[in-house]
Design a protein. Structure first.
Length: 177
């Protein structure tokens, strides 16, 4: 018995909307079929599992973006991002934020009055700053993060402004943990 029939049998036995949503999401991942994503999202409505619904929205948004439907991907990704923010699911929040930015949406990632200076940075800026603080050159950082050296420099420029520093040497004084 393959995974899809097992998931569907489990959902039928559970008899709960959220179980049907998870089974449809699993089927969508296996079949790469948009209708399965839509069935999963419909089953999530009123199921009372916001985290699982947000995960489904994230997966559907990723699928839409990969299908080159960037503008269509933004709505489910925004919804997922909002839920992950509310639930303080940081890892999932970063994944949704990164995916939403990949659609071309511009996001302000943090509050300008955030307590920690690092919280003022986008996830990409944070990665670049940490690698630069460890002595990485722009070229090395670019290779590691699959960016251009010019993009790395842009992230550093923006991060330096947000952190009120002027050079890579100043990064050593920051607590980057």
């Amino acid at each position: 018995m393959s995974s899809t029939p097992r998931l569907e049998a489990w959902a039928r036995a559970a008899g709960q909307p959220w179980a049907h949503a998870l089974a449809a999401r699993g089927r969508a991942l296996l079949t790469d079929n948009e209708d399965d994503y839509l069935r999963a999202l419909t089953a999530h409505e009123g199921a009372g599992r916001p985290f699982e619904q947000a995960r489904t929205e994230l997966l559907y948004g990723e699928w839409l973006r990969r299908a080159r439907r960037r503008s269509d991907a933004r709505a489910p990704l925004r919804s997922a991002l909002k839920t992950f923010e509310r639930l303080r699911a940081r890892i999932w929040l970063e994944r949704a934020r990164t995916e939403l930015q990949a659609t071309g949406e511009w996001l302000v990632a943090a509050e300008p009055t955030a307590a920690s200076p690092l919280d003022r940075l986008t996830s990409q800026e944070r990665q670049v700053v940490r690698l630069a603080a460890n002595g990485g050159t722009s070229r090395e950082i670019a290779a590691q993060l699959f960016l251009s050296p010019r993009t790395v420099e842009h992230h550093l420029y923006r991060a330096f402004r947000k952190l009120s520093i002027r050079s890579r040497r100043d990064l050593a004084r920051l607590d980057l943990s």
